[in-house]
Design a protein around this ligand. Structure first.
Ligand code: PLP
Length: 367
C-alpha cells in the first residue's frame, strides 16, 4: 500500500463536475480579473473568518507584504515573527522594506514563544506576525496583550490554518489583519497561486485593495505605487466550490489526528495536544523523532511518504546569514528543525491507511 503525504488527485475527482461547471461559467462570462466570481468568494471567505472584509490577492506571500505596506510599515521598521515557519513569512517582511526580528518557539507546541517577545521589542518595532503553524492557533491572547501595551499591529499568518479557532473565534479575526494562502496543498487550496487578506478594519481593507492593484483610485489614477497582485476569477470560482466542502474536509483532518494521537500516544513522539479552547485544523500532523533521516527512508521503503516542515529554522538559513545569528540564539527552533517529521495528512486518507502509518512507524522506531 502506497500512502502519500497529500492526495490532490483524489480530492479533485470527488468534486470534478462542480469544478468544471464553475470554470465554464468564468470562461463564458470572461470575468478573468476582478468581477463577480472574485467578489462572491471574498464575501464568503470574510464570513467564514468572521470578519467584514476580504481582499483576494495573488498569493499568501504577497498578502503579508501588502498588508505591511498598507499599514505604513517599511524601511527603518522592525517586525517580529516566529523562527520556525516557511520562509515566505520573513521574506514578505523584507520585501516590504522592513527588518525581520525572529522570536524562538515553544518546544511543546512549536508556536511563537510569547514569553520572549518583550525582550525583542525596540523603538523600531511596528508589528508582530504570529504564525498558526501546522494549523494550530498561536497564543493570540499573549500576542495581543503585548501588542496593545506597545502600540503594535498584529498580523496573523494563517496560511496553514483556514477554519482554525481559538476561544470560539475564527483564525483571521484574532488580530488587526490576517493573511491566507490558497496554494494547492493548503487546507483550502486553489488550482494555482492565490491568497487573501482579511480584516475587520474598513480603512485598512481599502488600502490593501489599492496596494494590491497598483495603488489605483480609478482606472487611470494612482495615489501611490503598489503591486500587481490580484486573485483571478478562475481561482476564485474554484475556491468558492471548495469552500463549501471545507468544513467536512477539516473535520476529517481532525478525525485522522485523533487516530494518530491514540495510536502513537505510548511512543511519546507527538507534540502536546492543543488546549481545549483551540480548534487545530491539522494542515500537518507533526511528530518529533531522533535520527529523522533514517526513520524517513525506512518509512519510504514501506511505501509511506513523509515531509519535514522545516529542516532549517529561518534564522539559520543562508538567506539570513547577514543577520549574524548563531544557532544557539534560537535553541528551540534549531532543535525542532532537526527532529520534526510530518506524517501523511489529508482528508482523503482512510482509517486503514492512518493505522498502517502508525504500525510502520512503531516498527521503525522500535528497530
Ligand atoms: C504557504 C505559506 C505562506 C505563503 O503562501 P504562498 O501562497 O505560497 O505565497 C506563508 N506562510 C506560511 C506559514 C505558509 O505555509
Amino acid at each position: 500500500m502506497q500512502i502519500p503525504l497529500v492526495n490532490l488527485t483524489e480530492q479533485y475527482v470527488g468534486i470534478k463536475t462542480e469544478i468544471q461547471t464553475a470554470i465554464n461559467k468564468v470562461l463564458d462570462s470572461t470575468a478573468f480579473i476582478g468581477g463577480p466570481f472574485v467578489a462572491e468568494f471574498e464575501t464568503k471567505f470574510a464570513e467564514y473568518c468572521g470578519v467584514e472584509h476580504c481582499i483576494g490577492v495573488g498569493n499568501g506571500t504577497d498578502a503579508i507584504t501588502i498588508v505591511l505596506r498598507a499599514m505604513g510599515i517599511g524601511p527603518g521598521d522592525e517586525v517580529i515573527t516566529a523562527a520556525n515557519s516557511f520562509v515566505a513569512t520573513s521574506e514578505a517582511i523584507t520585501n516590504a522594506g522592513a527588518t525581520v526580528v525572529f522570536a524562538d518557539c515553544c518546544p511543546d507546541t512549536s508556536l511563537i514563544d510569547t514569553d520572549s517577545l518583550n525582550s525583542l521589542l525596540s523603538r523600531k518595532t511596528k508589528a508582530i506576525i504570529p504564525v498558526h503553524l501546522y494549523g494550530r492557533p498561536a497564543n493570540m491572547d499573549a500576542v495581543n496583550e503585548i501588542a496593545k501595551a506597545n502600540g503594535l499591529f498584529v498580523i496573523e499568518d494563517a496560511a496553514q490554518a483556514h477554519g482554525a479557532e481559538l476561544n470560539d473565534k475564527r483564525v483571521g479575526s484574532l488580530g488587526d489583519a490576517a493573511c491566507f494562502s490558497f496554494y494547492p496543498g493548503k487546507n483550502l487550496g486553489a488550482y494555482g497561486d492565490a491568497g487573501a487578506v482579511v480584516t475587520k478594519d474598513k480603512q485598512l481593507a481599502e488600502r490593501v485593495r489599492m496596494f494590491a492593484n497598483h495603488g489605483r483610485t480609478s482606472k487611470y489614477d494612482h495615489e501611490f505605487e503598489g503591486f500587481n497582485s490580484r486573485l483571478d476569477g478562475m481561482q476564485a470560482a474554484i475556491l468558492s466550490v471548495k469552500l463549501k466542502h471545507s468544513e467536512r474536509w477539516t473535520e476529517r483532518r481532525r478525525e485522522i489526528a485523533l487516530i494518530y494521537d491514540a495510536e502513537l500516544s505510548d511512543l511519546e513522539i507527538a507534540l502536546t495536544p492543543p488546549e481545549p479552547k483551540a480548534r487545530h485544523v491539522y494542515h500537518l500532523y507533526v511528530v518529533r523523532v531522533k535520527n529523522r533521516e533514517e526513520v524517513q527512508s525506512r518509512l519510504k521503503k514501506l511505501g509511506i511518504s513523509t515531509g519535514v516542515h522545516y529542516p532549517i529554522a529561518l534564522p539559520n538559513l543562508t538567506a539570513y546569514r547577514h543577520l549574524g545569528h548563531k544557532t544557539s540564539d534560537f535553541p528551540v527552533a534549531t532543535e525542532l528543525s532537526k527532529e520534526v517529521l510530518s506524517l501523511p495528512m489529508c482528508p482523503e486518507l482512510t482509517d486503514e491507511m492512518v493505522i498502517r502509518v502508525c504500525q510502520c512507524l512503531r516498527k521503525v522506531l522500535n528497530g
